[in-house]
Design a protein around this ligand. Structure first.
Ligand code: FAD
Length: 562
């Protein structure tokens, strides 16, 4: 007979955005709720991320006069997922995402504001040129308990100005592309940061919480309000079932002590993907693939996927990830995703043979996957080289390299990432590329920039390409010649921001076994579950949107259990 050390109604594993939504929902419905988090810090990759949430036809979008519907979103995801995801699961997402948002706005201070951020494949049936991605409201750290803020994972460096000064999505867009008002925006951001003197004397970390940190903070405040609890340093080890096969609890290693937790109504697994488990990457993911290229949070080692498999759960989409080209600052533990830099005019990505092989401005999942697919023993694209010139360097960011700030003011680690030469020939030598090939590639590209048409890969042809183009650059905002030395090269890897294969689930997040039957009492959400987006990435926020929506649905289902 199982002896229990602790008892709750709903046990949630992991503290990402989906888990927090699940825990808030369960506790608001009066179920006693506990989150167990493996790390000494909470929030997961979610807390460190850009905070975009993809929700079709939200009340915010409709209030702003946008025409959209769950049906159009269904059509869009259906065409992107090519039969890899059931219609009913897609429908469940497209119908319930906005229901989740409305509910969360009703019981927390979190707000979902639709922004004019174009879908990544807006040209497809059902695609939209904006208002499905949502930015949430900011939060001041003083509204959290001090230890709660201190133990929340800080934002990823790639989501902040200079790697640590927070900005919102709507502030970042003009800054990155030098759009109207960018200087005023810059002054506003810097003033906000440096004028917080009490915090500046204490820490580099800002108390102005944005993106994933704001989402986590708002949800945690609500969780506290409804009486839910979060344990740090508590890793799921095993799921426990009763004689009928129903999951009734879990073994959790809490501060080094194995603790049996009874869950009367259900266990919701939200422990992320397996991006930091090299063995699982080697087994499931295509191509040359490494943990250190991932932008995902370090504790995501696929534990809860394995715990599910150990009790007979099925898996799906294990060969897929939320791909993103990344660069690696040697002193940082996670890769830095290049979300937008590749689209800016005057940079290209070339293989180790010195040739372009893709439209660099496509969405990050398409670009990183292209790097994997193009990799051949005789012409490696893993890593590839990002090439840009002094004009680009002066105007735009590239990973950790910031415009205006001279090279010598960047850290030693950042400087160690770049190769620099006054000539293309010299750059080719430093990067072991054929100078003939590189010169030819750049000459051709410069011709395309002059004409405004990329005859090889149509860079600038799609709405999403142009979203991060520089509107001051004509005739094509994504193309500018690479012609003024010094010339730069930086290695870029086919990284990811998390994996997206996991436990097979149904329309409410219930985990399925090998026969497609529900495993009673067990749910999986976020990157712990096979994604409703299949192999695709419809738009910014495609990972958080489903994590939060299925977190909500799973919690509702669990609390309704007798
Ligand atoms: P996580 O948020 O990582 O949470 C999983 C948690 O489970 C972690 O805290 C982990 O420590 C814990 N855990 C792991 N194992 C165990 C265990 N055995 N027991 C207990 N706990 C465990 N996506 C978007 O939708 N919009 C964006 O704007 C966006 N921007 C991004 C920017 C960056 C720089 C990066 C890196 C990613 C971004 N993403 C974005 C991707 C997104 O952050 C992730 O896909 C998402 O957060 C995954 O959520 P999750 O809940 O599955 O996992």
């Amino acid at each position: 007979v199982q002896k229990w050390d602790h008892e709750v109604d709903v046990l949630v594993v992991g503290s990402g955005a989906g888990s927090l939504v699940a825990a808030v929902t369960a506790s608001e419905k009066s179920a006693s709720t506990l989150i167990v988090e493996k790390g000494s810090k909470w929030g997961g990759t979610s807390a460190t991320c850009g905070g975009g949430i993809w929700i079709p036809a939200s009340h915010s979008a409709i209030a702003q006069g946008q025409e959209d519907s769950p049906e159009e979103a269904f059509l869009y995801i259906k065409s992107l997922t090519s039969g890899t995801v059931s219609d009913s699961k897609i429908k469940s997402y497209t119908v319930n995402a906005r229901v989740m948002a409305k509910y969360i706005e009703g019981v927390t201070a979190l707000r979902f504001n639709a922004i004019p951020y174009t879908d990544y494949h807006a040209e497809l049936p059902g695609g939209k040129h904006g208002y499905r991605t949502h930015e949430t409201n900011t939060l001041h750290a003083s509204l959290l308990e001090k230890e709660e803020f201190d133990s929340l994972l800080p934002g990823h460096p790639s989501t902040a100005l200079f790697g640590y000064i927070p900005w919102t999505t709507m502030e970042a867009a003009p800054m990155v592309t030098r759009g109207p008002g960018w200087v005023q925006t810059m002054i506003k951001i810097l003033w906000r940061y440096y004028s917080d003197l009490p915090q500046r004397v204490k820490s580099k970390r800002s108390r102005f919480m944005v993106f994933g940190n704001a989402i986590a903070g708002h949800l945690k405040i609500a969780l506290n309000h409804f009486g839910g609890t979060l344990w740090l340093n508590s890793a799921l080890k095993e799921l426990i079932r009763d004689d009928s096969g129903r999951v009734v609890g879990a073994l959790v290693l809490k501060d080094g002590v194995l603790t049996a937790i009874k869950a009367n109504k259900g266990v919701i697994l939200g422990a992320g993907g397996f991006e930091h488990n090299q063995k699982m990457r080697d087994k499931y993911l295509p191509g040359d693939t490494r943990c250190e290229w991932s932008g995902g949070q370090l504790n995501n080692t696929g534990d809860a996927i394995q715990a599910g498999v150990a009790i007979g759960a099925a898996t799906d989409l294990m060969e897929h990830a939320w791909w993103a080209p990344t660069v690696k600052v040697p002193s940082e533990s996670r890769g830095r995703p290049l979300f937008y830099e590749r689209a800016l005019p005057g940079c290209i990505i070339v293989s180790q043979g010195g040739e372009r092989y893709m439209n660099e401005a496509r969405s990050y999942d398409v670009a990183s996957k292209a790097m994997i697919d193009a990799d051949r023993p005789d012409c490696r694209t893993t890593p590839s080289w990002l090439i840009f010139d002094a004009t680009f360097r002066k105007k735009y960011p590239m990973g950790p390299l910031m415009p205006v700030i001279p090279d010598w003011l960047h850290s030693k680690e950042v400087r160690s990432m770049i190769k620099k030469s006054s000539s293309i020939k010299g750059l080719a030598k430093l990067t072991n590329m054929s100078s003939d090939a590189l010169e030819k590639t750049i000459e051709k590209f410069n011709g395309y920039a002059h004409d405004g048409v990329d005859k090889d890969f149509d860079r600038g042809g799609a709405a999403y390409d142009r979203y991060y183009g520089d509107q001051n650059v004509t005739p094509n905002p994504n193309l500018a010649a690479i012609e003024s030395g010094p010339f730069y090269a930086m290695p870029v890897y086919p990284g990811d921001i998390g994996t997206k294969g996991g436990l097979a689930t149904d329309d409410t997040g219930r985990v399925l076994d090998q026969n497609g039957s529900q495993i009673e009492g067990l749910y999986a959400i976020g990157n712990n579950a096979a994604s409703v987006m299949g192999p695709s990435y419809p738009g910014a926020g495609s990972t958080l949107g489903p994590a939060m929506t299925f977190g909500y649905l799973a919690a509702l289902d669990a609390v309704s259990a007798k």
